[in-house]
Design a protein around this ligand. Sequence first.
Ligand code: PMP
Length: 322
Amino acid sequence: MNYDTGKGWHDARIIPFDNVTLSPAAMCLHYGQEIFEGLKAYRTADGTVQLFRPDENYKRMNVSAERMVIPQIDEEFMVEATKKLVSIEKDWVPHTDGAALYIRPFIFATDPFVGVRPADHYLFLIILSPSGAYYSTGLNPVKIYVEQKYVRAVRGGTGFAKTAANYAISLKGQDEAHNQDYEQVLWLDGVEQKYIEEVGSMNIFFVIDGEVITPKLTGSVLPGITRKSALEVCKSKGIPCSERRITIEEVAKAYDEGKLDEVFGTGTAAVISPVGHLKWGDKVMTINDNKIGKISQMLYDTMTGIQWGKIPDTFGWTVKVD
Ligand code: PMP
């Protein structure tokens, strides 16, 4: 689909996968005006295909668009367009347990122009790719490294938007974590560098003394759809939850007092990802003996159960693809 100032979005079409032609002066290449989303299509036991909360993805896309001065899209139209596209490519939705069809909608500025200003022309594409089971070797807890030098987002910045620049900024911290043999980075806030924000591509949760705690959405954290869903599942089961600011010191203190029961990440790719090791400076915390905890397991079973249609979707989150 194309956008031109004065004409709006037009020419929505489904065409075979191919390269796109861009001017070397296309604004997205120089000034990074781009936003994207990520969601999945799942094949259920009875062979039907369904999406998980696609309306939330397009709602978030409009929030990102607003921040990045990209024109708003029609959310309902995009949900219908996604259903249609997946329906045409239904055979690509894997039958393998745990695998799914990844859907990547994205918008970028195409004007050939040198100079910083919002573009007048955009391209909106959706590409699809089968993605394998994230946990091919079982639900292994991940090792997370608390980044203390670099930050991912700052007050008034773009942390809450799903825009390419946020990921470019995070590469350095990710690199550092990998060099130390850790798989993911835990970001601290960009102002005081003490409040916990999120992990590379997941939101983060702590279970302290039986209470589920996740950092509040202060504007520098991506409002994850899995995060929101996990909170709703916990609440429906009567598990105490809170969304509040939490410092790394508080987590370390809870650990020292034996009250840090579980740590897990949430995201479309990993669904629920238990954290086994958390490194903050010289301190390495081993969580729940490096095993998945009770709440993480319950959330994993509930979320994947709903996504793959193994348990009834009492929340009304799934959308069938004809
Ligand atoms: N934070 C970041 C930075 C992410 O890239 C993602 C993945 N989209 C998440 C959190 C989790 O969001 P969601 O549950 O919507 O996939």
